[in-house]
Design a protein around this ligand. Structure first.
Ligand code: MF3
Ligand code: CO
Length: 248
C-alpha cells in the first residue's frame, strides 16, 4: 500500500532531510586521501545525533554502521572500516536519518583528486540522471516517466543503470512502497499524487549493469569490476512541483 503524506508530515520529513543534507555536506569536506572510512562514519553519527536525529542505517537488518561508504566498483552499502581513501578513487556516501518518527535518505558520489575523463563523465551523468528523474516527479505523471527519464539519460552517454536495486517510498519507514526503478517505460506505473514521497537513487556503472554481493553480505559491487556512482534525494510530490527534502 502506498501511503500519501500530509503537509504536516512532509514538514517533519523536511527536518530529517535537512540533517541528511547537512551531514552529506559536512562529509564532502572531510573526504580526502589518507582518511579512514570509519572516521567518516564516526563524524556522521556525531553530527546526526547533535542535530537530534538517529542514524537510520545503524542496526537496520543488522547493518553495523551509521552510513555507507562505497568505493570505486562498490555500488552501494559499503561498510565503513579501516580502509583508507586514496587519490583517484570514486567515493559514494549514503546517509539516512530518523527524526521524530520520519526518515530521509540521500547520497552522492565524488572523485578524490584527479580521475580519468570517462570517470568524471560517469559522475556528471549519474547526477544529471537524478535531476532528470526528479523533474518528472510531478503530480499527474507516472513513476515510469521518472524511471525512463533516468534510464534515457544514462544510456545516451553509454553507461548502465543497475537494475537489481531500486529507489523506494519513504516516510515512517525507510523503505516503503512504491519501488522506483531506474529504468522503465514512460506512461506506465503508479500515478504520482500530492503527498507521495520517494527516494530516487540512480546507481550508474561505467561498464555493465550486473552486480553481486560481497561475502560480507552487504557490499554490492559491479560484476565486471567497473566504477560505479550513486546519487539520491528524498522528494515529495506537491501541487507546486517536486519538493526535494534532502537539499542543503
Ligand atoms: N540508502 C539505502 C537504501 O536506500 C539504505 C542503506 S541499507 C543499510 O536502500 F542497511 F545500510 F541501511
Ligand atoms: Co535509499
Amino acid at each position: 500500500m502506498v501511503e500519501l503524506k500530509s503537509e504536516r508530515e512532509i514538514e517533519k520529513m523536511r527536518e530529517s532531510g535537512r540533517i541528511v543534507a547537512e551531514t552529506l555536506e559536512m562529509l564532502k569536506q572531510k573526504v580526502a586521501p589518507g582518511v579512514k572510512t570509519k572516521e567518516l562514519d564516526r563524524l556522521a553519527e556525531a553530527f546526526i545525533r547533535r542535530e537530534g536525529g538517529t542514524p537510520a542505517f545503524k542496526g537496520y537488518r543488522g547493518y553495523p554502521a551509521s552510513i555507507c561508504v562505497s568505493i570505486d566498483s562498490e555500488v552501494v552499502h559499503g561498510i565503513p572500516g579501516e580502509r583508507v581513501i586514496r587519490e583517484g578513487q570514486v567515493v559514494s556516501l549514503d546517509v539516512g536519518v530518523l527524526k521524530e518518527g520520519y526518515f530521509a535518505d540521500g547520497a552522492f558520489s565524488l572523485a578524490v583528486g584527479k580521475v580519468p575523463e570517462e570517470v568524471a563523465q560517469l559522475l556528471r551523468t549519474a547526477e544529471e540522471s537524478l535531476y532528470c528523474g526528479l523533474d518528472f516527479f510531478r503530480v499527474g505523471n507516472r513513476l515510469g516517466d521518472v524511471s525512463s527519464a533516468i534510464e534515457r539519460k544514462v544510456e545516451e552517454k553509454g553507461f548502465s543503470v543497475v537494475r537489481d536495486l531500486v529507489g523506494h517510498g519513504i516516510g515512517r519507514s525507510m523503505h516503503e512502497e512504491p519501488a522506483v526503478p531506474n529504468f522503465g517505460r514512460a506512461g506506465t506505473g503508479l500515478e504520482i499524487k500530492p503527498g507521495l514521497v520517494v527516494a530516487i537513487e540512480p546507481m550508474v556503472n561505467l561498464g555493465g549493469g550486473p552486480v553481486e554481493t560481497r561475502p560480507d553480505g552487504w557490499t554490492i559491487v559491479t560484476k565486471d569490476g567497473s566504477v560505479s556512482a550513486h546519487f539520491e534525494h528524498t522528494v515529495a510530490a506537491t501541487e507546486k512541483g517536486p519538493l526535494v527534502l534532502t537539499r542543503p
